[in-house]
Design a protein around this ligand. Structure first.
Ligand SMILES: [Zn+2]
Length: 158
């Protein structure tokens, strides 16, 4: 879990590293907040950070989506299901196999990420509207799918 707080008095972003007991700060501005978050990820979840930065290097146009996915993974927002598990065999409302349930950032709850004949589908608005970017293989990639794929890449190392 990574919480970046805004300190109204000091007008700065703050992240308290519970492992080292040190406070990291960044001046206001969305870019500074993002880089403080990335630093926090690198210190707290080095494997996640490495997986994300490697993916961004390969597909830089997905950078924003990938970092949003990192946020979901860091905040334990992803529940994955194995390919041969009982839930994976249950078709969802789109007829696909369930791969993961990913926490939404609105009040929706959890979005199902499913495999529909090899194509990964998410039920969020960004995906369904067609606004989510395509990856190099033509796979539409919203932040929930990015979060699922980051989780997969991390798991496959062990
Ligand atoms: Zn989605």
């Amino acid at each position: 879990m990574i919480n970046i707080d805004f300190n109204q008095q000091a007008k700065q972003y703050e992240w308290f590293n519970t492992e080292t007991g040190s406070l990291l700060t960044a001046p206001c501005g969305p870019t500074n907040k993002a880089s403080l978050f990335q630093t926090a990820v690198a210190m707290t979840y080095p494997t996640l950070w490495q997986t994300a930065t490697r993916w961004i290097a390969a597909e830089p146009y997905l950078e924003r989506t990938i970092w949003k996915g990192v946020e979901l993974v860091a905040n334990n927002g992803v529940e994955t299901f194995s390919d041969d598990g009982p839930l994976a065999a249950t078709p969802d409302r789109f007829g696909g196999r369930l791969l993961a349930r990913v926490q939404s950032s609105d009040a929706f709850g959890r979005y199902s990420v499913t495999n529909s004949d090899g194509y990964i589908v998410c039920e969020c608005q960004h995906y369904q509207d067609g606004g989510a970017p395509l990856d190099q293989y033509g796979q539409k990639t919203c932040k929930h799918i990015a979060a699922y794929r980051l989780s997969q890449r991390i798991e496959s190392r062990f």
